[in-house]
Design a protein. Structure first.
Length: 498
């Protein structure tokens, strides 16, 4: 069996340690990899644990577009074979190429590339990825996320060529992760869940799932471990604590280190490199924006009838991939507000990590909508969910929390909890007023359905703090040890039974 690893940005380090576990514990010998950042590519070239049969670097492919001649015939054939139904979704999901974000801080959104250049960038990636697949012929492509032209394109190529595409997905239940053949839902969990729904029977881990659900209801906690930290920082004075002598000195030394690294790094010429000067400039703009233009939030009246819409973090796959036609959250809020019963308010709460990034003009536009209340990001979303009549969300964790708290939910994108009979997805905006009326007047919550689904998650997942291993852990040995449960899950689900 050959496994191709798709290693987007810093996932390369934990992804490699996962491969080492598969080799040492379960005898998997053949690996190739598609890597996105040069430092990760260099790491894989220098390590001695695994001999990758091919290493493809996205940054090197990217540079080929300069000399690539645009071939519209090739792109039309590519669109015929892999269009969704056209090729624009591959570009729109890539925040760097489409908006020049990541290298520049949100809300910057001016593309660096022209329409023709974007087509050539897609073209060179398609040629390179198809050539790699033809050469390597992997049995499985394993990844954690889709967020770029190449990763989305490889996902669809694998699907059309009959290669098993496997995503390591967070279940949003503690630190449980599962394997799925689709990036936005849990295919293995659904395979267990659907027969239970048809038969009306209870899952084997039903009582364990019931206890987990009751524990959440008795002491609700948000899914993200960092939410409380950012909620406390949604304060004007907190945003200025970088001026404290201790932090100011530390920040100055960090800036010196960053500029020094830039001049020595081979990545400084790469398209996704975040230049320290641009980063510093964007940070200063953000800090002064928070200092000079504080936001005025509306009062909360929990006794009134209201619906709740939590703003999403941007840019993120929750909107660009799971709901590509609802990326304009401001316009979506307008549509929700006008679809509510006349006496309802729509409470809109900023994502705690976006408070300092969102331009103040955005909030001013929100406050122009008559029945919208813009509430402080310092407030607990769980308190608002508990007291609202309806939760509306694109694909956020607030919708999952609301289902566990027996609240009606309407979603606008592709997310795993759409599986529930009592969660409604809005696909056509003209039908939203009727969908809202139906959820308010005819909502029927099914406790057994929810518990069965959680039980299926417990059966098909392992406990691993992947977010920490990915983003914060620097010790490779600890990354390897921490990823062992995932390696076992991959072996048992994909390799042992093949």
């Amino acid at each position: 069996m050959k496994i191709c690893l798709m290693l987007q940005r810093r996932f390369v380090y934990v992804g490699h340690q996962l491969a080492v576990n598969l080799k040492e514990k379960y005898g998997v010998q053949d690996f190739c990899a598609y890597v996105f950042i040069r430092s990760g590519y260099d790491f894989l070239k220098q390590q001695q644990d695994i001999q990758y049969s091919s290493l493809l670097l996205d940054e090197d492919i990217h540079k080929q577009y300069v000399d690539e001649k645009l071939d519209l015939g090739y792109l039309k054939k590519l669109e015929q074979d892999y269009g969704l139904p056209n090729l624009w979704p591959y570009i729109e999901v890539d925040r760097v190429i489409r908006f020049n974000q990541l290298v520049r801080e949100y809300p910057y959104n001016t593309p660096k590339y022209s329409h023709e250049e974007m087509m050539r960038l897609l073209q060179v990636r398609a040629k390179a990825l198809l050539a790699m697949i033809e050469k390597e012929k992997p049995d499985i492509i394993l990844t954690s996320i889709v967020g770029a032209i190449g990763s989305y394109l490889l996902t669809e190529i694998a699907k059309k060529k009959g290669i098993k595409m496997i995503f390591i997905s967070t279940t949003r239940v503690g630190n449980l992760y599962t394997l799925s053949e689709h990036f936005s839902n849990f295919t293995e969990v659904d395979k267990l869940f659907e027969p239970l729904q048809k038969s009306g029977s209870q899952a084997p881990l039903y009582e364990q799932a019931k206890k987990l659900l009751n524990d959440f209801r008795s002491s609700p906690k948000t899914f993200s471990q960092e939410t409380d930290y950012y909620r406390q920082r949604a304060d004007r004075l907190k945003q200025l604590d970088f001026l404290l002598p201790k932090k100011l000195g530390k920040n100055f030394l960090w800036q010196l280190h960053s500029f020094s690294q830039q001049f020595r790094s081979a990545e400084r010429y790469d398209y996704s490199f975040i230049h320290p000067w641009s980063k510093l400039k964007d940070q200063l703009r953000r800090k002064f924006r928070n200092l000079l233009r504080p936001v005025s939030y509306d009062a909360v009246e929990l006794t009134e009838d209201f619906a709740f819409f939590p703003l999403h973090f941007e840019p993120e796959i929750a909107t660009s991939l799971f709901a590509p036609f609802y990326t304009d959250q401001l316009n979506l809020i307008r549509q929700i507000a006008r679809s509510l019963p006349i006496h309802f308010k729509l409470y809109v709460k900023e994502h705690p990590t976006m408070h300092e990034y969102r331009p103040r003009s955005y909030y001013h536009e929100l406050k122009k909508i008559p029945n919208v209340r813009l509430v402080s990001p310092k407030l607990s979303s769980l308190e608002l969910i508990n007291n609202c009549r309806l939760v509306t969300t694109i694909t956020g964790s607030a919708g999952w929390e609301a289902t566990q708290l027996r609240k009606p939910v309407i979603t606008f994108g592709d997310v795993f909890y759409n599986k529930f009979s009592f969660v409604k997805r809005c696909r056509e905006i003209e039908g939203l007023p009727y969908l809202i009326k139906d959820q308010l007047d005819n909502f029927h919550f099914d406790e057994q359905e929810l518990i069965n689904y959680i039980a299926c998650i417990l059966s098909e997942s392992v406990d691993v703090n992947l977010a920490y291993l990915w983003e914060k852990e620097s010790d490779l040995a600890k990354k390897k040890k921490g990823s062992e449960p995932l390696a076992g899950l991959i072996y048992n689900k994909l390799i042992k039974t093949s």
